[in-house]
Design a protein around this ligand. Sequence first.
Ligand SMILES: [Mn+2]
Length: 191
Amino acid sequence: MRTSVQNRKTGETDISVSLSLDGGDSRISTGVGFFDHMLNSFAVHGGFGLAVSAAGDLNVDCHHTVEDTGIVLGKAFAEAIGDRSGIARFGSFFAPMDESLAFVSVDISGRPFLVFHADFAQERVGEYDTCMTEEFFRALAFQAGFTLHARVEYGTNAHHQTEALFKAAAHAIRAAVTLRNGGALSTKGSL
Ligand SMILES: [Mn+2]
């Protein structure tokens, strides 16, 4: 099984993540309701087993909790994927949600990069600051070694825009981690 358990504790957050690339339950608790909703969508649509337990300084705001969860989840993906041999490597997906449309393309390259374009219609969804979505995906991409491009094409409801992005990311990453026959998909012979 391609799994990883990661724990990270700082003065700002205390986070545990358990990830299985090949399915399992979703159990999410971060103290930020909308973020829980997004991580649960990500797990379900990606077909990932995912347990996230995060205790952060929400008395400040959701920033550290969301960003640090991205860091720990990224470390979990890096370990669960391993040497990147035998996977499809690339994945791209458009996800609509009502009036919103989001696109994510990923290359599990070992070269961390984020391109992020989104103009969220509202600054907050519940206790969640929509500006944190970029921080989450940057932390995830850099720790996991993903080249990740994410774009909200349009939309007028930040809940829909954000949820479409998490679903698109889930499907894109699902496609990219899918096992294929053969070694590393690279002209270099390894990734
Ligand atoms: Mn929703």
